[in-house]
Write a protein that binds this ligand. Sequence first.
Ligand SMILES: NC(=O)c1ccc[n+]([C@@H]2O[C@H](COP(=O)([O-])OP(=O)(O)OC[C@H]3O[C@@H](n4cnc5c(N)ncnc54)[C@H](O)[C@@H]3O)[C@@H](O)[C@H]2O)c1
Length: 569
Amino acid sequence: MPARRPQRIFLTGFSFSGKSLVAPLVAQALRWRAVDLDDLIEEAAGRPVPQIFADEGEPGFRRREREALREVCREKGVVVATGGGVVLAEENRRAMGEGGFVVCLEARPETIWRRLQQPGGRPKSERPLLQGGDPLGRIRWLKGLRQPLYALADGAVHTDELSPEEVAAEVVRAWRRYGAASSRDGGRLTGIAVGQTPRAVEEGTAGVACWVTTETARYPVYVGWGILAQLGERMRAAGQAGTAYVISDSNVHRHYGKGVEGELRVAGFATDSHVVPAGETSKDLTIASELYDWLAARWAERGHAVVALGGGMVGDLAGFVAATYLRGMPVVQVPTSLLAMVDAAIGGKVAVNHREGKNLIGAFHQPRLVLADVAALKTLPKRELTSGWAEVIKHALIMDGDLLDALENDAERLLKLDPDATVPVVSRAMALKAQVVSEDERETTGRRTILNYGHTVGHGLETASRYEALLHGEAVALGMIAAAVVGCRLGVTPPALADRQDALLRRFGLPARVRGVDPEDVLRAIALDKKTSDGSVRWVLLEDVGQPVLRADVPLALVRQVIEEMLEP
Ligand SMILES: NC(=O)c1ccc[n+]([C@@H]2O[C@H](COP(=O)([O-])OP(=O)(O)OC[C@H]3O[C@@H](n4cnc5c(N)ncnc54)[C@H](O)[C@@H]3O)[C@@H](O)[C@H]2O)c1
């Protein structure tokens, strides 16, 4: 006996692909009943969808969606307009596939965005789309993430240039032609299209820029333009739930605090925030203690996450508090300065300062995930941004000739923070740091030591100027210049490489000379530096791009001479 055509049609696809408009037209043509899944959910809950989101978060909504779908799957002769996210759950895909014919209505992101702006254009169950900046970017991202699941449908209709009537006619045609064949395999929608596992799509691990894999942890690093809005979804994908304790500083919170808290709530988190004064002085035990009081007053639980939203200061402070409170809470690093993105946020070193020294009290505490929204650099003060470029240049010099070329070739666009140029460069620099940390989590094999290129004199200068005159990246830039001169004089570093490095540092606005420091103070600080082993100072020098070497035989007299040459009168 030939197989019968399924007696249910499900319209899937992204919001504003026209499912709710087309379902009644298909139903009319077949003399069936049209059902809008969101309407069923609202009826059952006695509340509109946005209210369900507000009361129960997205998880609550998705649970109700599954129940409504199960309900409608008992009916025959129905055309169901589903919500854009219904395909995410394997259970839903199976329910639709068993005894149903599934057609995906496709639309380009630009079409979706145009339709969304039209009067009345408010998708009920895609609220995150409407919040925060860059809605078109968000549509592209979310649609891209779900596309492999939409692609499992029995048929697809591209709606961009069609009227609802034309789309309905296509759906009916597809059902008549392919319906009987589709019903033979009820589980066909639980498989997955090319490349990605359904789990990766559901969990949002598609789109990870790189992974950090250490002996103690494995976590994703997300990098992009305008991706702060994804934070909640990414945290959920990493298994976080409950309350997110956002720690930020006064500058960063002013720009991004409310937005991030809103996104987290949309993703189903309760949120609470603590804002510390901006500046390195907040990175101390007094402020850490205030943060413990804050967490204790809220009965923070071990499974709940601390979200470090800010530059390296916030990352280190919040990371330290997360590492120690309740013997360790999960921390999510959301770096907003260039330095924090390419350095501090990745690798799990967290600390506060002590009057006897910077970062003296600390721990290793790897984050659950790192999410860097490169667009946040637009509000970073210029000098801080310039300082951050020094670390990117350092990563390129010690590890990646291609990145060095990109920095040289695209300098103009990078200095303007052109997204197309900047995102790949920041992403690459973060991946390099992730790679080193993955190889040497606790600086035991020596691999992580190469990151100290420029740091010997750099730290010496920072200490000698009591961390007042120079930003960290500025000190590192000066330290790299010093290391290159030392390397040249020892015959390790080719002079052409030193020139290339210095020209690039200049191009990015970094200083080549320093004033107001006593060379003897710098030398003393270098000798006391924690990179000292067996009384000798271990220098990272460059033999070539991507070829750092460790040298413990740099004569003190040479170091003194090089520092003196860098001083401005
Ligand atoms: N853990 C590590 O591995 C590691 C590595 C390097 C540096 N660090 C630490 O990082 C800290 C330095 O980091 P930093 O340079 O980011 O300093 P920072 O966190 O103090 O940020 C610099 C300034 O920029 C502001 N800011 C940050 N992001 C902003 C944004 N998007 N818009 C507007 N203002 C913004 C901050 O409020 C601050 O005033 C130091 O404490 C250093 O010890 C840690």
